[in-house]
Design a protein around this ligand. Sequence first.
Ligand SMILES: Cc1cc2nc3c(=O)[nH]c(=O)nc-3n(C[C@H](O)[C@H](O)[C@H](O)COP(=O)(O)O)c2cc1C
Length: 179
Amino acid sequence: MKNEAIIDAIYARRSIRKFTDEAVSDEHIDILLKAAMAAPSATNAQPWRFVVTRDPKRLAAIRKEMPAGKINAPLAILVCADLTIFKRPITERFWTQDCSAATQNILLAAVGLGLGTVWCGVHPVPLIEKRMEKLLDLPANVKVLNVIYIGHPAEEKEARTQYDANKVFKDRYGEPWQD
Ligand SMILES: Cc1cc2nc3c(=O)[nH]c(=O)nc-3n(C[C@H](O)[C@H](O)[C@H](O)COP(=O)(O)O)c2cc1C
């Protein structure tokens, strides 16, 4: 498949922190979750679990517990991981990467739906992790990676890459990629 729309979507994805009151439809939530679960995961373990909330009281409670994520949005998806599924600790160690891949898929799918998103980090900050575990009354061995706030954007940001040739090396670290 060759499709430049995917590249455009990658550049268009920006953190949106202002949203209208318009609700996000069930159909759109379904698409976001299907995109999330299309992500790669180590040994295809799929440890991701998603807490989806549109409940204003719940959203207010989440906002209260997020030191740098007090965002007014009509929808939040909390990306969690169930570590009890892992039989071998070596695989368990990849849960952050697995859940990050699922998160990025949600952010990119949202671009395609005209929705805005912002990824607000929970793990690995113990204080915020503990707050979220308590708020969500999580079983033992369920972790929270982040809160993704989602809604119809009330701010515009320009599409862009942050490409920097100084961060790319040729053959060995430190050797410029471009002359
Ligand atoms: C792991 C992670 C944690 C983040 N946590 C927060 C956060 O707590 N609050 C927030 O407003 N943005 C958060 N962001 C969004 C970044 O601030 C944002 O991606 C960055 O400034 C680049 O801007 P852009 O997303 O528009 O490209 C987080 C992003 C990542 C990847």
